[in-house]
Design a binder for this molecule. Sequence first.
Ligand SMILES: Nc1ncnc2c1ncn2[C@@H]1O[C@H](COP(=O)(O)OP(=O)(O)O)[C@@H](O)[C@H]1O
Ligand SMILES: [Mg+2]
Length: 184
Amino acid sequence: MSRLIGQVLDVSRLESGRVEWHESLLDMREVIEDTAASTSQLFRERNVRLDRALPTRVPKVRADLDRIVQVVVNLLSNAVKFIEPGRGRVEIALAEEGGFLRVDVRDNGPGVSSEHQEMIFEKFRQAGDPLTGKAEGTGLGLYISRRIIEHSGGRLWVSSRPGEGACFSFTLPLVSEATLDKAA
Ligand SMILES: Nc1ncnc2c1ncn2[C@@H]1O[C@H](COP(=O)(O)OP(=O)(O)O)[C@@H](O)[C@H]1O
Ligand SMILES: [Mg+2]
């Protein structure tokens, strides 16, 4: 199935509420390690370095593993896609913050201008990159990713200053001790 068709199907399932969510307790450190390993070829091809800043122990979150992997893959592949090959650096960081886990995917690519920072989360919207003209893709990845994260109780946003790269961040709510006790 083509990537476009797959993404269009994802959009229609998400919008009509026909997604089956398979939630479980996730160790986000493990999820990030595994996703980084499975996208390493992409990084090697473009000669982009991927650094990880992951605490050794993080509390669990409850979410759909495949969907969260889909979000992380999308953010990592966007970062490599828009970066200048050879000089690229991407960092993925994980931190606990006020009842949430927060994931930051930071790159040293062209960044996203402030007038495009909301638009890129809309369906089929791409800001394009005047430097590289790279508009290949569907413009659906961030729209889908934001819907997945919001369904999971978190937020997804970008912060960027032109010329200083982009940082895409998302949060996921920590599972309370009480809920964990009940599950045990
Ligand atoms: N890391 C990034 N650096 C610069 N621009 C980005 C980055 N990630 C996303 N964008 C911008 O957001 C647009 C939408 O991204 P996305 O929804 O994933 O669609 P696609 O990757 O198919 O273009 C991209 O076309 C690009 O203009
Ligand atoms: Mg994309």
